[in-house]
Design a protein around this ligand. Structure first.
Ligand code: FAD
Length: 364
């Protein structure tokens, strides 16, 4: 679907909603709020072709979250196979597991961000009133005399544009600078000792309806089919192992994959299609979800360590909470955003507790 890209001359002026960030949280939010706003502008700093080494795999609860937003068909159309079980290795023990069948949503999926994010943005743009500005960066936020966020300065093609809005949604991820600008200070932080790394492969001689997990001393190796003859192989590795080995994390990744009895022979027969990317020295954090004129969705407000693969679902839950609040009054201009933080924290308490217990067992 062609993306409606807003040209430079059309940017300035008033938009009812400005969404900063156009990936899982931002694109889903633009899609979900479109029925309640006249004009929505999505501003995203990245280029459409940027490799985004953040995996997106989820289980039944993620499928339910996509369905609640009306985006499950969009996600399924990305063409990733559904997995109904996995090969689960702990040391030398291997177990074949099947996922319990509760309903039609009882499967896992993984879609590469290079496929998923554009599909979500295209869905948002299929709403007539959503436009995308990219690559463009929100560099400043304007407040009125009462301290309410009422606009942004956007840098696009070397020029700054001033935009006003009724609602500013920050969906700019865990490294957001705009959260500080609206004064959304983290009130809960957990430092993570895990490194998350991944790369994509094609033509591996592996089943397309099963994933593979290998749990070893302070590391987890996961392979998931994520498209036609495509696989994502991810590694969560404890920082202490990286320090002990003295090896660059990317070299540890290569060695772990190569030495794995299941994945090693498979990757020897296939081809790696991306570089190895990922992140380390991460922090789980919670920031307030809303304030006067602004709201945070996705990682910027609620960041879970990737080790439990709950980030996608958490992002979708925050979007759904905002959508429901606005839907209850019918228009973004009339909405009262107070109390969203408590609602979100209650809705995601299980995911937080589960992740924190793995990331920092001594603190939880
Ligand atoms: C290595 C790794 C592996 C992961 N694996 C999983 C997994 O298996 N399952 C799972 O559920 N989750 C996983 N996650 C977490 C998941 O990727 C995130 O929860 C999810 O990407 C959050 O999406 P988001 O839209 O909030 O933020 P992001 O995907 O970070 O998107 C933020 C967007 O905002 C843009 N932006 C930033 N600043 C500005 C600005 N000033 N102006 C304009 N635009 C801006 C950025 O360019 C970017 O496009 C993983 C994360 C990592 C790092």
């Amino acid at each position: 679907m062609p993306m409606r890209q807003t040209g430079g001359t059309m940017i300035a002026g008033h938009w009812e909603v400005v969404v900063v960030g156009g990936r899982i949280a931002g694109a889903s939010t633009a899609w979900a709020l479109a029925p309640y706003a006249e004009r929505i502008l999505v501003v995203d700093a990245s280029r459409a072709t940027t490799f985004w080494p953040q995996q997106s795999t989820w289980d039944r609860s993620g499928n339910l979250a996509w369905a609640e937003l009306g985006l499950l068909d969009t996600v399924l159309a990305c063409g990733a196979p559904r997995t109904y079980g996995d090969t689960y290795r702990v040391g030398d023990e291997v177990v074949e597991r099947e996922y319990p069948c509760e309903d039609e949503h009882s499967y896992r999926m993984s879609v590469s961000r290079e496929v998923l994010d554009p599909a979500l943005l295209a869905a948002a743009c299929s709403r007539e009133n959503v436009d995308v500005l990219r690559p463009a960066q929100v560099r400043d936020i304007a407040f009125d005399a009462e301290g309410r966020a009422g606009g942004v300065t956007v840098r696009h093609a070397g020029t700054d544009h001033k935009i006003t809005c009724d609602l500013l949604v920050l969906a700019d991820g865990r490294l957001s600078r705009n959260a500080g600008r609206v004064g959304a200070k983290a009130y809960r932080v957990v430092e993570s000792p895990w490194f998350a790394l991944l790369a994509y492969y094609e033509n591996l001689p592996l089943p397309t309806d099963r994933s593979y997990f290998s749990l070893q001393d302070r590391s987890v190796l996961i392979s998931t089919p994520c498209g036609d003859k495509q696989w994502c192989i991810a590694l969560d590795r404890h920082q202490s192992l990286i320090d002990e080995s003295g090896q660059h994390p990317v070299r540890s990744y290569d060695r772990m994959v190569r030495d794995d009895p299941y994945l090693g022979p498979a990757v020897a027969g296939g081809r790696r299609t991306t570089s190895v990317g990922g992140a380390g020295r991460l922090r789980m954090l919670r920031r307030p979800m809303s304030g006067p004129g602004w709201c945070l969705v996705g990682d910027v407000g609620y960041h879970l360590d990737p080790v439990t693969a709950q980030g996608t679902r958490a992002a979708l839950v925050t979007t759904r909470i905002l959508r429901d609040r606005i839907a209850a009054v019918g228009r973004v201009t009339d909405v009262d955003l107070t109390g969203l933080t408590d609602e979100r924290d209650a809705a995601l308490e299980t995911e937080w507790a589960y992740t924190e217990q793995i990331v920092a067992p001594e603190q939880s």
